[in-house]
Design a protein around this ligand. Structure first.
Ligand SMILES: NC(=O)c1ccc[n+]([C@@H]2O[C@H](COP(=O)([O-])OP(=O)(O)OC[C@H]3O[C@@H](n4cnc5c(N)ncnc54)[C@H](OP(=O)(O)O)[C@@H]3O)[C@@H](O)[C@H]2O)c1
Length: 282
């Protein structure tokens, strides 16, 4: 299969690592010389650039967050990708657009919260991408990712570096997904015989309070518990993430695409992350 990974950061690199040599892979970065993993082509690419012949016949994974050029740029990107014959488009989105839910569940039918700029910009970019795919007759879907963790990223890495902070009493629900399970979701979407133009949440099975994860890491690594901050003492993005108190459902992607997370809960990944913090798990 041919792949174009547009904005090849943490998730994109994990996807590249999972692909065998029979895949033909092009990646983009703002500075392609910084990409150290072996691929067929690495391209310098910065918003609002447009793709050219390198996307032909490929499964395009678009992993760039909303920029100052959004949402107009996402539409132009899809239009260009379609004109060069991209096979299928996968937009990596975010659950940031869901409203706080007081500990309740949200799913793909939950109306987005549009009263904060970050969530609204992401929603607008995602919708522009999906609408353009329909307009230019190319298969596309969006994966709304929750908090990503994995080797070198997340609570274990941050607690080891002394950088993790609890916000409030730490009892609000936090949603997580291991990077290896995002890669599985992308592969499922890429391989699906037919793709409805759809949004899927990609989350593990077990949203849980941030204090539980911190306690488990503290116990297993004999580290002190992280310091506690008030919501107004951390960045608005972190405060929103840790105080939104919602649980993001993964039922739809399980039902329609057979998603089955290798790490249904952070507890399933903890030992591996502690023993082999930088290892690839695919
Ligand atoms: N971190 C989380 O917990 C989380 C949660 C939900 C959703 N997401 C979203 O999921 C996606 C994948 O996450 P990730 O952790 O793999 O992200 P990441 O490591 O930050 O990678 C993002 C990629 O986008 C590229 N990029 C950023 N701004 C750009 C611009 N103006 N023009 C061109 N390229 C640009 C970056 O380029 P360079 O490689 O040159 O830096 C990078 O390759 C992102 O859209 C992210 O926002 C993340």
């Amino acid at each position: 299969m041919k792949w174009s990974i547009v904005g090849c950061g943490y998730v994109g690199t994990e996807l590249v690592e999972s692909l065998g040599h029979h895949h033909v892979v092009t990646v983009t970065k703002r500075d392609a010389s910084s990409f150290k993993t072996s691929v067929n082509k690495a391209i310098n690419f910065c918003a609002p650039s447009l793709p050219t012949a390198w996307v032909a016949d490929s499964t395009v994974v678009f992993s760039i967050p909303a920029t100052e050029h959004s949402p107009a740029w996402e539409r132009e990107f899809v239009k260009a990708a379609a004109s060069y014959g991209a096979r299928r488009l996968i937009y990596l989105s975010s659950s940031t657009m869901y409203p706080p839910a007081n500990g309740g569940w949200v799913d793909e039918t939950t109306p987005p919260r549009l009263d904060h700029e970050r969530g609204r910009k992401r929603f607008d970019a995602e919708q522009a991408f999906l609408n353009a795919a329909e307009e230019f007759a190319t298969e596309a879907c969006s994966l709304r990712l929750v908090g990503i963790y994995g080797p070198g990223r997340g609570v274990v890495a941050r607690m080891k570096a002394g950088k993790y902070r609890l916000v409030g009493d730490g009892t609000n629900y936090v949603n997580r997904i291991h990077v290896a399970d995002i890669v599985s979701a992308i592969r499922l979407v890429a391989d699906a015989p037919q793709l409805p133009s759809r949004v899927y949440n990609v989350a593990d099975d077990n949203p849980s309070p941030s204090i539980e994860f911190a306690k488990a890491v503290s116990r297993q690594l004999s580290l002190p518990m992280p310091p506690v901050f008030k919501a107004e003492e951390v960045t608005p993005r972190i405060a929103r993430m840790l105080t939104s108190n919602r649980r993001v459902s993964n039922k739809l992607i399980k039902k329609e695409l057979g998603f089955s997370p290798r790490y249904p809960s952070y507890e399933d990944a903890l030992e591996e992350l502690i023993q082999r913090p930088n290892s690839r798990v695919l």
